[in-house]
Design a protein around this ligand. Structure first.
Ligand code: ACK
Length: 327
C-alpha cells in the first residue's frame, strides 16, 4: 500500500498547463534511486509538443519518503516550471492528481549523470580501450586525437577529450548564469546533479534543494538531513548562507570532479574536519593532469570571501577564451 505522503495533496488543484494524464505514461524501468527519491524511465504519449511516444524520465518518491521530501519534490516542480534554458533540465509535465504517486516528467538524458559518465570513461581508459584518453589539459590541443583515432561506437560515446571538459564547464556555467539571473540558488551543484543528454549536452538537474533567493540575496536553510558538505562554501557550512556565489564555490568542486574524471573530492578528509581546514586556508591541490590556468580558475571559485569569487558570467568568458585557444 502506497504511503499517503506520496500521493498528491488533495487541496492543491492540478496545474492545467503541466498536468499530464497518467494513462498516457508507461513506466519502463528504474533508472536509479536516492535515499528518498526514485528516477524511472518511461514512455509518454504526445508530450512536450511531440506526437507519438517519447522516452522521458520520471521523478517520484520512494514509499518511505516523508512530508519534507514530498515538499522538496513539489518545490522542484514549481522551480522547474520557471526554468527554460538549454543547459537546465526541462520539465515536460507532471502527474499530481489523486489516485497515484506524484510524478515529475522531465526530459531524458541518454548518458545519465555526468559523474557516472566521467567514471565510465575512466574505466575505458584503465582498460586501455580508449586511445584518446589522457587529459593533459596543460598541453596543446595536439592531445586531442582526431575522430578517426577514437574507438567506434558505443565506446566512442564515452571518450572524453580535454575539449569536452572545457565544454562541460562552459555549458554548466551558462546554465548556472541563467539560474543566477532568475534568482535561483541551486545549493546542490555537483557532477552527480548534472545530466548528460545526446550530443554531450549538459543539463543542470536536481532542484530538490533549490530555493528562490531572498531580497538580500542570501537564503537561510531549513534544518535538513541531506547536506553535501564537500561541495559547500564555508559560509553555507557555518551560517547556512546560500547565494549564487556559494553555488560558484560548488562549481569549483565540480571542476575538480571534471578534471579527475569523477573522483570524490577531498580524499581522506573527514567531513567533520573540513570546515576548520578550509578556514585555515586549506584547498584541494592541483590534480596532476590539470593546467595551471584551469587550477587558477578552480581556486578562484574557492575564495574565502564570496564577493571575490568570479560570477558565472565571468566564468563563461574564461571558458570561451580557453575553448578558442584549444581549437
Ligand atoms: O548516472 P545515472 O544513470 O543517471 O544514474 C542516475 C539515476 O537516474 C539517479 O538519479 C539517472 N537519471 C536521473 N535523471 C535522469 C534523466 N532525466 N534522464 C536520464 N537519466 C536520469 C541518473
Amino acid at each position: 500500500v502506497a504511503n499517503r505522503t506520496l500521493l498528491a495533496p488533495k487541496n492543491s488543484p492540478p496545474d492545467p498547463k503541466w498536468e499530464f494524464p497518467r494513462s498516457r505514461l508507461t513506466i519502463e524501468q528504474v533508472l536509479g534511486e536516492g535515499e528518498f527519491g526514485r528516477v524511472l524511465r518511461a514512455k509518454a504519449q504526445d508530450i512536450g509538443g511531440w506526437s507519438g511516444q517519447t522516452t522521458v524520465a520520471v521523478k517520484t518518491l520512494k514509499e518511505d519518503a516523508s512530508a519534507s521530501e514530498l515538499a522538496d519534490l513539489l518545490s522542484e516542480y514549481q522551480l522547474l516550471k520557471e526554468a527554460q534554458h538549454p543547459n537546465v533540465i526541462r520539465l515536460l509535465g507532471a502527474c499530481t492528481t489523486s489516485g497515484g504517486p506524484i510524478y515529475l516528467i522531465i526530459e531524458f538524458a541518454e548518458f545519465g549523470s555526468l559523474r557516472n559518465y566521467l567514471r565510465r570513461s575512466r574505466h575505458l581508459e584503465s582498460e586501455g580501450r580508449v586511445p584518446c584518453s589522457t587529459l593533459l589539459l596543460s598541453s596543446s590541443p595536439s592531445n586531442i586525437k582526431p575522430l578517426d583515432q577514437q574507438c567506434i561506437d558505443p565506446i566512442v560515446n564515452y571518450t572524453i577529450t580535454p575539449r569536452d571538459i572545457l565544454s562541460f564547464a562552459w555549458q554548466i556555467s551558462k546554465g548556472m548564469a541563467y539560474l543566477a539571473d532568475i534568482k535561483l540558488v541551486h545549493r546542490d551543484l555537483a557532477a552527480r546533479n548534472v545530466l548528460l543528454a545526446a550530443g554531450k549536452v549538459c543539463k543542470i538537474s536536481d532542484f530538490g534543494l533549490t530555493r528562490d533567493v531572498y531580497e538580500d540575496d542570501a537564503y537561510l536553510k531549513r534544518s535538513k538531513g541531506r547536506v553535501p558538505v564537500k561541495w559547500m562554501a564555508p559560509e553555507s557550512l557555518a551560517d547556512h548562507v546560500y547565494t549564487s556565489k556559494s553555488d560558484v564555490w560548488s562549481f569549483g568542486v565540480l571542476l575538480w570532479e571534471l578534471v579527475t574524471l569523477g573522483a570524490s573530492p577531498y580524499p581522506g578528509v573527514d567531513v567533520h574536519n573540513l570546515y576548520n581546514l578550509l578556514k585555515a586556508g586549506y584547498r584541494m591541490e592541483k590534480p596532476a593532469n590539470c593546467s595551471y590556468q584551469l587550477y587558477k580558475l578552480m581556486v578562484s571559485c574557492w575564495h574565502e570571501e564570496a564577493g571575490m569569487r568570479p560570477s558565472f558570467k565571468e566564468l563563461i568568458c574564461h571558458w570561451e577564451r580557453m575553448l578558442e585557444d584549444a581549437v
